[in-house]
Design a protein around this ligand. Sequence first.
Ligand SMILES: NC(=O)c1ccc[n+]([C@@H]2O[C@H](COP(=O)([O-])OP(=O)(O)OC[C@H]3O[C@@H](n4cnc5c(N)ncnc54)[C@H](OP(=O)(O)O)[C@@H]3O)[C@@H](O)[C@H]2O)c1
Length: 258
Amino acid sequence: MHDVIATPPEGPQLRLPALGFGTWQLHDEECREAVRHALELGYRHLDTARMYRNETAVGAGLRDSGVDRDEVVVVTKVRPGDADRDGVAREVAASLRELDLDHVDLLLLHAPSPVPLEETMAAFAAERDAGRVTHLGVSNFSAEQLDRAAAEVPIGCVQNEYQPGRAPDDALAWCREHGAAYVAYSPLDVRGPVAEVLTEIGRAHERTWAQVALRWLLQQEQVATIPRSSNAQRRAQNLEVFDFTLTDEEMRRIEETA
Ligand SMILES: NC(=O)c1ccc[n+]([C@@H]2O[C@H](COP(=O)([O-])OP(=O)(O)OC[C@H]3O[C@@H](n4cnc5c(N)ncnc54)[C@H](OP(=O)(O)O)[C@@H]3O)[C@@H](O)[C@H]2O)c1
């Protein structure tokens, strides 16, 4: 597996394993076991959030795995409603307590918030300066919103929805221009005619439509992705996307099918 490397101006370099494990809607023992198994398989990037209410299980799965904590990029997110100065401090403390970690590698604002961005980003910077968070980023942001965030702090990562059948948003071009990593969420939420195209291309490579969808994302510059699966076999399948390559023609065909 390769890393997506983020080099935000005046910020630390972030190496993000290109395929991470998403944990939305996984809870309790199922989540704990899924995270443990994902790490055993070789995933080294875990995506959680305050909103998912599963950080305790994610932390337990990380410990159960026996994988060195420093080998794993742990990402969490602050809810937009908690994005004021006191809220960020309180919620990061809660994340660390529940994950049972002394720092998270990447802290994201989950979505644009009514709290002024200057206040949120200053609170994020304070968490970074205190060593509780290493890298900063945002989620569900447009290029225009990213410009405003990056005026306050170095933005290492943007997490937005992206999958085959969806046109790339302006945040992807922004990431390439500003040295940030772009993490595609809901990579397998594929609808419409592109599903059949993925299946057809998969036949030629002896891969599933889902593997083709993930591969299509990973072959794009600065793009990482975080599929979720509650199923052990599918967790393994989703990782088996680094030993085949889509041709330029296949990449284009998927891109051009809405
Ligand atoms: N920042 C945000 O606002 C935001 C929003 C949404 C998601 N996210 C993050 O992104 C992660 C991924 O997105 P997501 O959870 O929405 O959806 P996803 O990963 O695109 O899709 C998950 C669904 O696909 C199925 N699936 C997984 N692997 C498969 C395979 N190989 N073949 C067929 N089906 C497969 C899963 O079912 P099984 O479990 O039965 O395998 C599940 O129903 C989330 O878990 C979360 O960490 C972030």
